[in-house]
Design a protein around this ligand. Structure first.
Ligand SMILES: [Zn+2]
Length: 103
């Protein structure tokens, strides 16, 4: 049996002790990403960053969801892939920048 530690700061269930709960949580998070119309790559990045979920797990769970919901994913990819979302709105300052910083 592999030794592993539980971090108390994390709200995640333990993958090794509670795999079913963990996978269900990952599914839930992926579904939230889908609602935000995120691509798989974006979803993987978001889960890794915000929930500390390993990309390999996200991919595995994503594939599982895809297998169970083929039609949904077909429609989803059709709706999301050709479009390029404008995420980064350019910030145009209304006032000129003043540099009064003293170093
Ligand atoms: Zn554990």
């Amino acid at each position: 049996m592999m030794y592993h530690s539980h971090s108390r700061e994390s709200s995640l269930p333990c993958l090794h002790c509670h795999p079913t709960t963990y996978i269900r949580l990952v599914q839930h998070l992926i579904e939230r990403c889908l609602l935000l119309q995120m691509s798989q790559a974006e979803c993987i990045r978001a889960l890794a960053k915000h929930a500390c979920i390993h990309p390999a797990i996200t991919v595995t769970v994503w594939r599982g969801l895809q297998k169970e919901n083929t039609e949904f994913f077909q429609a989803y990819f059709n709706a999301t892939s050709p479009r390029h979302f404008v995420r980064h709105m350019p910030k145009t300052p209304r006032f000129g920048r003043r540099n009064h910083r003293k170093y």
